[in-house]
Design a protein. Structure first.
Length: 273
């Protein structure tokens, strides 16, 4: 499916916070008919409420949703135990459930909803600007058509990587799900280092922000890998080489990042039970 314009049935979005709202914006931009969307959100933001004028159904009675093709669950994980089981009456033959909740396994969803097609996915916060990356894993009930539909829905906010082993989700969460925070910390740390080197704090912050965001965009657009792009900036004996000698030392960035990702992976497993 290259677009969502030929989507049939109702797409039920459960939770319209930051991630749910970003996905909703992406679906509408891709041509999904607003009349085919139902939102279940106890505290809809004004911009969500405003979509009613375009035909989106806001908090309709559950009994009124009789043709749910897809249920996208975008609530906070701590609300899952009370909210998810209540969605079971929406399920019909052919309904697929797409979860974007962190820490909630396919096993949990199957336990709450029964024997149905489920995709567990882990998007990240750059989805808010259409530049997210999502890792997704299907259960055995997902058909090829349902997988393509799920892929189209998730791609509304960025790229999608599919895995067949749910055990990889914890490591993926540690790399891409939590990864934006690592990048933001890099910008903070670079700014502090610039201030320590004598730059005014506000200038150092602007330089660091522009450098991190610009380098990310170059990495996004370039066909070259990160190692080659790094090498292209590094003149032998120059200033960049001097800095990389510290960052790439045996006790430099690599072992620190490995420890950080390992800690996040461990915590993801703990949260999943």
């Amino acid at each position: 499916m290259s677009s969502l314009q030929d989507f049939s049935g109702t797409l039920v979005l459960v939770g319209a916070g930051k991630m749910g709202g970003a996905m909703l914006e992406g679906w509408l931009a891709l041509g999904l008919d607003p009349h085919k969307i139902a939102i279940l959100e106890p505290k809809p933001a004004p911009e969500i409420d405003a979509l009613a004028a375009r035909g989106v159904r806001i908090n309709p009675a559950m009994a009124a949703i009789t043709d749910a093709s897809v249920i996208v669950i975008a609530i906070k994980p701590q609300d899952a135990a009370t909210v998810v089981p209540n969605l079971k009456p929406l399920l019909r033959p052919g309904t697929i459930v797409v979860s974007v909740m962190a820490g909630k396994t396919i096993g949990f969803l199957e336990g709450a909803l029964g024997n149905c097609a489920i995709v567990r996915s882990i998007p990240n916060t750059p989805a808010a600007v259409g530049r997210g990356i999502t890792v997704a894993v299907p259960n055995a009930k997902v058909s090829e058509a349902q997988r393509k539909l799920s892929d189209a829905l998730l791609r509304s906010v960025g790229a999608v990587e599919w895995v067949e082993d749910e055990g990889l989700i914890d490591a993926a969460t540690a790399v891409s799900g939590s990864g934006p925070a690592y990048v933001f910390l890099l910008a903070e740390s670079l700014a502090r280092a610039g201030t320590a080197a004598g730059l005014p704090a506000d200038l150092a912050a602007r330089l660091a922000r522009a450098t991190v965001s610009g380098s990310g965009e170059l990495l996004h657009r370039s066909a070259l890998d990160a190692a080659t792009l790094r090498a292209n900036v590094t003149s032998p004996g120059g200033t960049t080489a001097a800095a990389l000698g510290v960052l790439m030392a045996g006790d430099g960035l690599d072992p620190l990042m490995e420890k950080a990702v390992a800690a996040a992976t461990k915590r993801s497993r703990e949260l999943a039970g």
